[in-house]
Design a protein around this ligand. Structure first.
Ligand code: SF4
Ligand code: SF4
Length: 184
């Protein structure tokens, strides 16, 4: 009875959550945050994740587009229309944060984000809108087609020039005029 009575006088080790809150350690690993404006779409976080819960999609920018730089001065060359983290799968290991070259992926102190619906734990950090994504895709498609056409024309011109040179070296065969080489 004496021991029981003494225990009643001790300070409790539990707290009355949620009325009381524990102090979260400074380096605690809780929900991730991605500062999307600093993401260069390198995919190193995806490679590092042991449970494959990060999904990103990138679109190359064309030479006439300037996507600007990150806050630490790195040039951005890729659009990142999708940056998804499935927090239902995440094991909060923090391995994705270490290789990030721009330090835009960080673990925060936020631990209260439970949901009733599983899909609500799938976060997309991308800030691109659907029209912006469509425009970036269309621009890249057009640029790729133009580059392919220029390459094909250059190959055809080189082949014609070679043929003309061979004919010039063989008397009796009428020379072939090579097609003009497109401007780059
Ligand atoms: S904390 Fe770990 S499990 Fe979660 S996204 Fe990063 S690497 Fe993947
Ligand atoms: S490692 Fe960093 S910069 Fe690279 S894709 Fe992931 S969040 Fe973006």
């Amino acid at each position: 009875m004496r021991i029981t009575f003494l225990k009643l006088l001790e300070k409790p080790v539990t707290i009355q959550y949620p009325d009381e809150r524990m102090t979260i350690p400074e380096r605690a690993r809780n929900r991730l945050f991605e500062n999307h404006s600093d993401c260069i779409g390198c995919g190193q976080c995806v490679t590092a994740c042991p449970v494959d819960c990060i999904v990103i999609e990138t679109i190359k920018s064309t030479p006439d587009v300037d996507l600007g730089t990150t806050s630490d001065g790195q040039k951005k060359r890729l659009y990142v229309p999708t940056f998804i983290i499935d927090f239902g799968k995440c094991c909060y290991c923090g391995l994705c944060t270490y290789p990030c070259p721009t330090e835009c992926l960080k673990m925060t102190a936020v631990f209260e984000f439970s949901e009733y619906e599983r899909y609500k734990l799938i976060y997309n950090f991308s800030t691109m809108t659907k029209p912006e994504i469509d425009e970036a895709r269309a621009k890249l498609k057009k640029y790729d087609e133009e580059q392919a056409a220029k390459k094909a024309a250059a190959i055809a011109a080189a082949a014609a020039q070679k043929k003309a040179a061979e004919q010039a070296a063989s008397p009796g065969i009428p020379p072939v005029t090579p097609p003009p080489v497109p401007a780059h």
